[in-house]
Write a protein that binds this ligand. Structure first.
Ligand SMILES: [Fe+2]
Ligand SMILES: [Fe+2]
Length: 219
């Protein structure tokens, strides 16, 4: 799925559905963080109009998802609470600094956008697993919940689009400032960087699932 190198262990879906309340709470936090991460990039790169426009729209959608997730929580009598430490995102963000330096323009921004892309890809993969399990179309569906399944189905489509937005913005960022050299060459470098990050993301997912205490959307 979307360049991910390690597929999610089927155990994850079982754990996520077994502890549905913590999963929904964690998911709500993820949507809020997705919105605030997009807005922090807008604040950081205010002169980049294509980036500002695309990420403002993306943040609006993430906030909409957060709102939907909050409605699900309150319908179940749950509150948002303080988020658990998100090791996945923390580690993923620090990885970029450990990758070999590349001659890519605006590499810091490109990496931040590509990390965003990888997180979207993983969300997309897992929302699809939840959607299938909840709608009763996969082997893991113990107790189908068609409405919740539909919710994850819609989100899965959105997150796939967000993945594409982040990759496209990373390519645009890398192209800006490149004199000579073709766009195709620059795009190829960005795609190679994305593959490097996806490899490392796979290692994180493997490690986190080995020490899984409970299912988190990214853990
Ligand atoms: Fe979202
Ligand atoms: Fe998203």
């Amino acid at each position: 799925v979307l360049g991910l190198t390690v597929p999610t262990d089927p155990q994850w879906v079982r754990a996520a559905l077994r502890e549905l309340s913590p999963t929904l709470i964690d998911h709500a936090h993820c949507e809020l963080k997705a919105a605030s991460n997009a807005l922090s990039l807008v604040t950081r790169y205010p002169d980049d109009t294509p980036l500002v426009t695309a990420l403002t729209a993306l943040a609006r959608e993430e906030l909409e998802h957060f709102d939907q997730a909050m409605r699900l929580l309150s319908a179940r009598g749950l509150t948002l609470g303080i988020p658990a430490v998100n090791q996945y995102a923390q580690r993923l963000r620090s990885i970029a600094a450990t990758l070999p330096q590349r001659h890519i323009e605006r590499l810091v921004l490109v990496d931040r956008l590509l990390v965003g892309a990888v997180i979207e890809a993983r969300s997309c993969e897992r929302f699809k697993l939840l959607a299938d399990a909840l709608s009763g179309t996969s082997a893991t569906s113990a107790q189908p919940d068609v409405e919740l399944g539909q919710f994850y189905q819609e989100l899965f489509i959105c997150e796939a689009r967000h993945y594409r937005t982040y990759v496209d913005l990373a390519k645009l960022a890398a192209r800006a400032g490149v004199n000579g050299g073709s766009n195709a060459d620059t795009d190829a470098m960005v795609e190679a960087r994305l593959r490097e990050l996806a490899m490392r993301e796979g290692e994180i997912i493997r490690e986190l699932s080995n020490n899984m205490h409970r299912a988190m959307i990214h853990g």
